[in-house]
Design a protein around this ligand. Structure first.
Ligand code: RB5
Length: 144
């Protein structure tokens, strides 16, 4: 699986921890940031969202302070279903029911252990399809 990842300054430390740990065996492209200076999270969110929407990458991971701004921004890109998840159950269900293609969370919210568990489960979980496919098609139809 090809994964695009990005963070703002508030997510940088957690991103680096995940890249050196749970994501080490995966094909991961880091779009930035690479330094702790303050940046605007939408710039990073759009870079990862476009990389996933184009088909170049299968999934995306975005980390800011809370994960919320990243999710709001990424969901503006056509074809993106970004879910901000701070617990394992929501992360699992965002794949199973919502076919989320971008996972967002907060470096100021999650510790590295829980973040690693959420990433592992989110990457492994399959979309259930069936009635959930119909619901996603209704969301997609709104994109125009
Ligand atoms: C800082 O820009 C902060 O707002 C950001 O890291 C994130 O938490 C946004 O949702």
């Amino acid at each position: 699986m090809k994964i695009a990842i990005g963070s703002d300054h508030n997510g940088l430390a957690l991103k680096q921890t995940l890249l050196a740990g749970v994501l080490q065996g995966d094909t991961v492209h880091d779009v930035g940031v690479f330094a702790s200076e303050s940046v605007d999270y939408p710039d990073i969110a759009f870079a990862v969202a476009q990389a996933v929407a184009s088909g170049e990458f299968d999934r995306g991971i975005l980390i800011c302070g809370t994960g919320i701004g990243m999710a709001i921004a990424a969901n503006k890109v056509k074809g993106i279903r970004a879910a901000a998840c701070s617990d394992v159950y929501s992360a699992k269900m965002s794949r199973r029911d919502n076919d989320a293609n971008i996972l967002c969370f907060g470096g100021r919210v999650l510790g590295p252990g829980l973040a690693a568990e959420i990433v592992t489960i989110w990457l492994a979980e399959e979309f259930a399809g069936g009635r959930h496919q119909r619901r996603i098609e209704k969301i997609t139809a709104k994109e125009g």
